[in-house]
Ligand binder design. Structure first.
Ligand code: CU
Length: 155
């Protein structure tokens, strides 16, 4: 009885020793798989944040604010903006969501929301000269936050 138990124990230890190289190969394969998919994600995200529309005004919106935060336009001429949000959804304030809110009579009625790590292209046509303000209402205190503002100068 005790002999067979010993034998069994010896066998399983030998089996374990044989299994070990497979386990380490499997481990290496898993590490490579995780690393390459992480690299792919980073690369694809960076690529997707290249502006979709090269003719539009490229504008980024992040926790830092709008860049650029001043744009100039002419009365009656369409303004096309490619708004890019590089923030990820891990942001506790607003979940990385930003928006472009420009509601001024005679200029525009725009309220565009951009989800984390994505972008939107939109167009509006200001019909009246003047200085107007847009803001992001989805983070950092929204309209009250001075860094979440931008100025549109229409001439
Ligand atoms: Cu925001």
């Amino acid at each position: 009885m005790s002999r067979s138990k010993k034998y069994k124990g010896k066998m399983s230890r030998e089996k374990q020793r044989k299994k070990l190289p497979y386990m380490s190969i499997l481990f290496v394969v898993i590490v490579i798989a995780i690393f390459s998919s992480a690299t792919y994600l980073v690369v694809s995200k960076t690529a997707s944040l290249e502006p979709e529309d090269k003719e539009a005004i490229k504008m980024t919106i992040s926790m830092v604010g709008f860049e650029p935060n001043v744009i100039r336009a002419k009365v009656g001429q369409p303004v096309k903006i490619n708004l890019i949000n590089p923030d990820n959804s891990m942001h506790t304030d607003g979940g990385g969501i930003h928006n472009f809110n420009l509601k001024e009579s005679g200029v525009s009625n725009v309220n565009i929301t951009v989800l984390p790590e994505s972008q939107k292209v939109f167009t509006f046509t200001p019909m009246q000269a003047g200085e107007y303000h847009w803001y992001c209402e989805s983070c950092c205190g929204g309209k009250e936050n001075p860094s979440m503002h931008g100025t549109l100068i229409v001439a």
